[in-house]
Design a protein around this ligand. Structure first.
Ligand code: 13P
Ligand code: ZN
Length: 274
């Protein structure tokens, strides 16, 4: 049972350990959420109501009645493996999708991540677009992608083409490109809305001066998107530090990859020269 609670718990532990080892989560940076399969997990664990219903401040009708495993606000991802019940929790949305309550976890106090709105907005849009397949959302502070946003004037086409050109895996992993979201207050409903808008077409969004968000059918898929994008950003920054970009994948080479893997890229970005 792939979406069982114990499986999701061990996947979140492994992913948070990997995120920490990669250097993507200083202090309490980063947060993780997984949409649980209610039919499976309700039968496995005797969850009890641990909190009253709490207003979300935004409506999530698509997620009404859904349950999520969500990392805790202010908690260090690296500590999840030491005590999961203190650093993550399970929340359930009510039948209107306007409130949530805690069913399990957050035992040292607090509650779900301060980026809960961005996570739920991402889940809502990707649940629709993927017809229920996508279940995982990861937000991290991956340093090379963040550095790019300080070094360059970026928008969605520019960052997408740059990453495609600097690492051949990128166009294979995210042929639809990378959404670029201008700086907004962390944890705000504006940031959640802007991210969700981009995630209608794409599965990865870079937040200017802050970090990156990715979605996927599971945590491995979301992690993989970030890993590949982060490597391309690293390739670019190291090449710049090593004397500048003299060579990069050409549009023709990218088109050959598209043909070979039968990809459906955003052609307006592919055919653009930067
Ligand atoms: P949380 O500790 O609330 O998850 O916040 C970390 C973070 O990265 C905010 O953007
Ligand atoms: Zn953050």
């Amino acid at each position: 049972m792939q979406n069982s609670f114990p499986n999701c718990l061990s996947e979140i532990i492994k992913t948070s350990r990997d995120i920490w080892s990669k250097g993507w989560a200083e202090a309490n940076a980063g947060n993780i959420s997984v949409r649980l399969d209610p039919e499976i997990f309700q039968t496995e664990v005797a969850f009890e109501q641990r909190s009253d219903w709490i207003a979300l401040g935004m409506d999530f009708p698509v997620l009404a009645g859904e349950c999520f495993l969500v990392s805790g606000r202010g908690k260090y991802l690296r500590n999840i493996e030491l005590s999961p019940e203190k650093n993550i929790g399970v929340i359930e949305l009510d039948n209107s999708g306007r409130k949530y309550r805690v069913l399990w976890g957050y035992e040292s106090g607090g509650g779900p991540t301060s980026e809960l709105l961005a996570h739920l907005k991402a889940h809502a849009i990707r649940k629709k677009v993927s017809k229920g397949v996508e279940r995982a959302v990861i937000h991290v502070h991956s340093p090379n992608l963040i550095t790019l946003t300080y070094a360059l004037d970026l928008d969605t086409p520019r960052i997408s083409k740059l990453l495609w050109e600097m690492h051949a895996e990128c166009i294979v992993m995210f042929p639809e490109g990378v959404e670029f979201v201008l700086w907004m207050l962390p944890g705000s409903s504006e940031l959640a809305d802007a991210t969700a808008k981009g995630l209608q077409r794409r599965r990865i969004a870079v937040w200017q001066f802050h970090g990156v968000v990715a979605t996927g059918r599971n945590l491995d898929a979301a992690f993989g998107l970030i890993d590949v994008a982060e490597k391309a950003a690293e390739n670019y920054l190291k090449t710049m530090a090593g004397g500048g970009v003299k060579n990069k994948l050409t549009t023709q080479q990218l088109q050959a990859i598209v043909k070979h893997f039968n990809l459906k890229p955003d052609t307006s970005i592919l055919n653009m020269e930067i």
